[in-house]
Design a binder for this molecule. Structure first.
Ligand code: P6P
Length: 346
């Protein structure tokens, strides 16, 4: 194919995840091990997508009959998704260990396999309570460097602030299966071409609009929120007659990946704030494999992510399954919510 035809063809066809990662590696933004890690996780997400897509026909709906460290009843697909990610990442030599929402403690890569320099943390199937009612769910993952000299990482080696992540992503299993990824140079969106079996780049360098008229929160918790959140949401509900001077719309899927993907796509603000029910646990959402990866992805798309008082990526983790309040999305709106919290602090 001569120059102009090749250029035309290349300009027309979306590039695959593999080509994107090769280009990132050639640009020096990732190394071969991180490229392999992302390819392996993406391949595991394709397997999860296939299992989910079978629904009732796959014999994988309903409860597994087991519970996890979160005190939650596990769905069969929680366990299956976790197993798929464990198996896919065991033998490649790119990881030193991995940690999951579904496992009490982290696991070093088995001695039978070569170990690498990365730590992988994931929520294998977030929002799984929605599975049985056929609502979008997702996989969330975060990648950290294994500390130098550590050959058999324990839980303590994962307790690194979110601003040390080298990669974060999620896959949303919705009408289409989409992978959203950052390696610290923007946030990029890939759509699974089910016929070819490849993720194709369909959104390079997505940007979250700074302003929004759409908020996502579980309103049934309103009476349990702290005062700043009560005041903030109260003002949203007053609409254009109120201090915000505009009407707002509300969405709540109760699947963080689905709610965050809407915000990545068209803006908005998502919040799971502290409330009197979850205060003793520190919040609802988990820092290491929900809040941190989503905060990295959102900030790389021009958004913001805080607890109301602190930037999520700057938090010093205290436990593998630590929970935190989460407010993230359109930067101007997150700044507004943070303002309500600082008013209270004054
Ligand atoms: P609630 C799902 O269980 C999850 O961890 C997030 O994906 C979601 O945003 C949140 O909990 C929903 O919580 O209290 O509205 O069911």
């Amino acid at each position: 194919m001569h120059g102009s035809a090749a250029a035309r063809w290349s300009a027309m066809k979306p590039i695959s995840l593999t080509r994107y990662l090769i280009e990132e590696q050639h640009a020096g933004r990732i190394n071969a091990d991180l490229r392999l890690l992302i390819e392996v996780v993406a391949r595991a997400c394709k397997s999860i997508s296939i299992a989910i897509g079978k629904g009732a026909l796959g014999g994988v709906l309903g409860e597994a009959g087991t519970g996890n460290i979160q005190g939650e009843a596990q769905k069969k697909l929680d366990v299956l998704s976790n197993d798929i990610l464990l198996e896919a990442n065991a033998w490649g030599g790119h990881l030193a260990g991995l940690a999951s929402e579904e496992m009490d403690h982290s696991q070093p890569i088995p001695d039978a396999f070569q170990r690498g320099n990365y730590l992988l943390l994931f929520d294998p199937l977030d929002g799984s309570s929605n599975i049985d009612v056929n609502i979008s769910v997702g996989t969330i993952f975060s990648v950290l460097r294994c500390p130098d000299g550590v050959t058999s990482p324990g839980d303590e080696h994962y307790l690194q602030p979110g601003n040390t992540q080298v990669c974060a992503g999620y896959t949303t299993y919705g009408p289409s299966t989409m992978l959203v990824l950052t390696v610290g140079h923007g946030t990029h969106v890939f759509t699974l071409d089910r016929e070819v079996g490849s993720f194709m780049l369909t959104g390079r360098g997505v940007q979250i609009p700074a302003d929004t008229k759409e908020f996502a929160v579980n309103m049934s918790n309103q009476r349990f929120w702290e005062e700043p959140m009560q005041r903030y949401v109260g003002d949203l509900l007053k609409g254009k007659e109120g201090p915000r001077g505009k009407d707002f719309n509300m969405r709540w899927v109760a699947s963080m990946v689905a709610d965050v993907h809407r915000i990545i796509t068209r803006g908005g603000i998502f919040s799971y704030p502290l409330d009197s029910k979850c205060r003793d646990k520190g919040g609802k959402l988990r820092l290491m494999y929900e809040a941190n990866p989503m905060a990295f992805i959102v900030e790389q798309a021009g958004g913001a992510a805080t607890t109301g008082y602190s930037r999520i990526l700057d938090l010093a983790p205290e436990g593998l399954h630590q929970r935190v309040p989460v407010i993230l999305g359109s930067k101007s709106e997150v700044d507004t919510v943070t303002g309500y919290h600082h008013e209270k602090a004054a």
